[in-house]
Write a protein that binds this ligand. Structure first.
Ligand SMILES: [Zn+2]
Length: 412
């Protein structure tokens, strides 16, 4: 079997898909069920059909493009990723796994390979949280990590519900039908840019992901007391921003002292009310994101933050309220898929290293119903989610080739 990736076609398709955007090049913006997203979906489906794949969409718009195997009852060997993009993004995040996955399938077809298991390309809906504030909407529903009732309660900034926008976009059926049975997949491999600097720094072309870190995120509200910046003396103050400052350092400390550098904590947002130079902050809202590859250690950091917040609140006579938005469990990748990816790298003489995915991906959720692993390729400077995100066509081609080999070995 001689598997050859058509680099030129892949490069041209990357460019063409990038041109379907709500923003001018090189910026890519494709938000769930907007005209650009709908156009990109239609374009992808055409490409899949042209490759002889049968295409179906589920009720949330997850798109499955299937190459039938010789045993129609055999579980599916899957690959894929997402094509939605946050505002002001680049052209590689997600897309490399979708177009690289399609190219891998076409390369196997051209090589004369006949799979026993069906091989499916999966394009997942809304990996990015832009529209409904929750990432991985498609894979959460697919894996039963988000209930249809909870999904129906989600609203976008204009107050439109998931139910309204998906119906308007032409998605049929009920959300209850999205969850796949546990025996649906034999294996799933997702190709993705690293979104970090390690492969480039180590000068290794491929990373086989063995663990996917998971975030817990919360909004924290601090309610103190406002007042005139001149009139209220220091002993009488209940300054909400000073409380938030103490809490932010406690959060940093919870991650620093967890016992592992895999624990990371970030406060990325801080809203101060009323926000005037001569007014004591009366209330503050901050966001927090705490991640780890180990659930027990991550949750210990959460508890450390909660207990620090109780102490600070009592000491400074303010109210601190923590609203947890999510606390997903990290995932271990499946040895079946990790081994298949590693063997495929070796077969093609490609150097690789085992890696941890510190960003989360659809695979975090797919792993709850399927044996999953990921293959990373380098991206320049580790940049992602910005217009100058870049992966070379040589690296994308290499990743697609290893992916093709992996899909073949898992489906024969
Ligand atoms: Zn992605």
């Amino acid at each position: 079997m001689n598997v050859a990736i058509d680099s030129e076609r892949l490069r041209a398709e990357m460019e063409e898909l990038a041109s379907i955007s709500e923003a001018d090049p090189p910026v890519v913006t494709r938000i769930l069920f907007t005209p650009a997203d709908m156009k990109a979906r239609a374009w992808m489906m055409e490409r899949c059909k042209a490759a002889g794949l049968s295409v179906r969409q589920d009720a949330i718009g997850n798109t499955f493009a299937r190459w039938d195997g010789s045993d129609p009852k055999a579980p599916v060997v899957g690959t894929g990723s997402h094509i939605d993009a946050i505002p002001n993004a680049g052209k590689y995040d997600g897309v490399v796994g979708v177009l690289g996955g399609l190219e891998a399938i076409r390369a196997l077809q051209a090589s004369g390979f006949h799979p026993r298991n069906p091989i499916e390309l999966l394009i997942l809906t809304a990996e990015e949280p832009t529209r409904f504030g929750i990432g991985c909407l498609g894979s959460r529903l697919l894996s039963g990590s988000l209930s249809p009732e909870a999904a129906r309660k989600l609203r976008d900034k204009d107050g439109e519900s998931v139910e309204d926008v998906r119906r308007k976009a032409g998605m049929q059926g009920d959300l209850e039908q999205v969850k796949l049975p546990g025996e649906y997949y034999k294996a799933f491999a997702e190709l993705h840019i690293e979104q970090g600097p390690i492969l480039e720094r180590e000068q290794v072309p491929l990373g086989v992901v063995t663990k996917i870190a998971a975030p817990a995120s919360a909004r924290i509200f601090v309610e103190g007391a406002g007042g005139h910046a001149g009139g209220v003396l220091m002993p009488d103050r209940r300054d909400a921003l000073c409380v938030a400052a103490e809490l932010i350092l406690a959060i940093e400390n919870a991650a620093r002292t967890s016992g592992s550098t895999d624990t990371v904590a970030t406060v990325g947002m801080c809203d101060v009310f009323p926000g005037a130079v001569n007014s004591i902050p009366s209330s503050v809202r901050i966001s927090v994101d705490i991640r780890d590859t180990n659930l027990a250690r991550r949750d210990a950091a959460l508890r450390a933050m909660e207990s620090a917040s109780r102490e600070i609140a009592a000491g400074r006579r303010v109210q601190i309220q923590i609203e947890w938005l999510n606390a997903d469990a990290p995932a271990d990748c499946a040895p079946l898929v990790v081994d298949a990816l590693s063997a495929a790298c070796r077969k093609h003489g490609q150097k690789f290293i085992p890696m941890i995915s510190r960003a989360y991906h659809d695979s975090l959720f797919s792993s709850r119903i399927a044996p999953v692993a990921m293959l990373f390729i380098p991206c320049r400077n580790g940049y992602s989610h910005r217009p100058d995100e870049y992966a070379s066509i040589e690296d994308i081609t290499r990743g697609s080739l290893v992916l093709a080999e992996t899909l073949a070995s898992l489906s024969e």
